[in-house]
Design a protein around this ligand. Structure first.
Ligand code: DAH
Length: 340
């Protein structure tokens, strides 16, 4: 056999070599890929090959090497896996424990509020947290010297004192009414900020959902129906609402809404402070001046608006008594919402 025939034979040997165990794999490695492999012997004789055949010969030797490497790599994967399943893994061991995550309670309640209002045709509107004075105050009937501004302690931006962190999601109302013509039927969930001392009942940031419906012939009765539907979906079919006259600069008339205490069925408990009622939101008919400020004809259109605190509803629903729990990221608190 000349050198070419020997190499050809070697290629056949590589292909035919049986590898059916880890031992045979090792034998294969030593013979064809080890430090003293048979290919090396052949390569050492390259000097004897005539120059014009050297290229062809080199390619053949290389092919043998590649085929051997490939066969080895494939067999190695096969054996290491079969070996593991066969002997290394104890199939009776209990599985690894992966803890289930939980959604934040404020997020859970926010989604519930959104889906309830979605059912009756309210879409979602989102807008900026950094606002200007016009959209947060002035357009909402609170000019600069208006005493109602004292109701909400405001964070102004140091870099630009004309800008502020919105104190309520009512700012989304004015943004939207400027951009869109009626009919407008939206809810605006979002984060709001107030310069308050942090305590169990107050925080410097929290979340609200704003509601707004502007169209021809929107009446106070529509507002009542909407809120009645909302509280029954949110707190249960038996829940009743009660409206108390109130004051907000951007609505006229305005009201605060209480729901019958769903904790004690209005019999009297700590949550309702033994009154049988708990307050959940503020609302009213959009003041015509606000419509006009936003370029909407108040002779043609009317509207209602409402605003509620998501933390407040969450606290009532889950009987949480400290607002700070929502932002402390204490796992002992958050884990309790795993199944919700
Ligand atoms: N913006 C009010 C607040 O932060 C809540 C509110 C009250 C919103 C009455 C309204 C409304 O749209 O009609 O306290």
């Amino acid at each position: 056999m000349n050198l070419f025939e020997q190499t050809q034979q070697l290629l056949e040997d590589v292909k035919a070599f049986p590898i059916a165990s880890a031992q045979e794999l090792e034998q294969f490695r030593i013979k064809f890929l080890g430090t003293k492999n048979v290919l090396k012997d052949i390569f050492a004789q390259i000097k004897a090959v005539p120059n014009e055949q050297k290229k062809e010969f080199g390619q053949l030797v290389n092919q043998v090497k590649l085929v051997a490497e490939e066969k080895f790599a494939t067999a190695k994967v096969q054996f290491s896996t079969t070996q593991q399943t066969a002997s290394n893994i104890d199939l009776t061991l209990p599985g690894e424990h992966l803890p289930i995550g939980s959604r934040h309670p404020v997020n859970i309640v926010k989604s519930q509020i959104i889906s309830i209002f979605n059912k009756i045709g309210f879409s979602i509107a989102l807008d900026r947290e950094m606002e200007d004075d016009w959209h947060n105050f002035t357009a909402l009937n609170m000019p600069e010297d208006h005493t109602a501004r004292d109701m909400q302690d405001t964070f102004y931006l140091q870099v630009n004192p004309a800008m502020l962190l919105r104190t309520h999601t009512s700012s989304v109302q004015t943004r939207l009414m400027e951009q869109q013509k009626p009919p407008i039927r939206i809810i605006a969930p979002g984060r709001v900020f107030r310069n308050e001392t942090i305590s169990a009942r107050a925080h410097c940031f929290f979340h609200q959902v704003e509601g707004l419906y502007v169209d021809e012939n929107v009446s106070f009765a529509d507002l009542l129906q909407t809120l009645d539907f909302f509280v029954k979906e949110m707190f249960g079919k038996e829940t009743k609402i009660r409206l108390r006259p109130s004051y907000f600069p951007f609505t006229e008339p305005s009201a605060e809404v209480d729901v019958s205490c769903f904790i004690c069925n209005s019999k009297g408990c700590n949550v309702c402070k033994h009154t049988g009622w708990v307050e959940i939101l503020g609302c009213g008919m959009v003041d015509p001046a606000v419509l006009e400020n936003c370029g909407i004809d108040s002779n043609k259109y009317t509207g209602f608006a409402f605003g509620m605190g998501i933390e407040r509803i969450t606290m009532l629903k889950y009987q949480i008594n400290d607002l700070r729990l929502f932002s402390e990221n204490d796992m002992r608190f958050l884990k309790q919402f795993q199944s919700v």
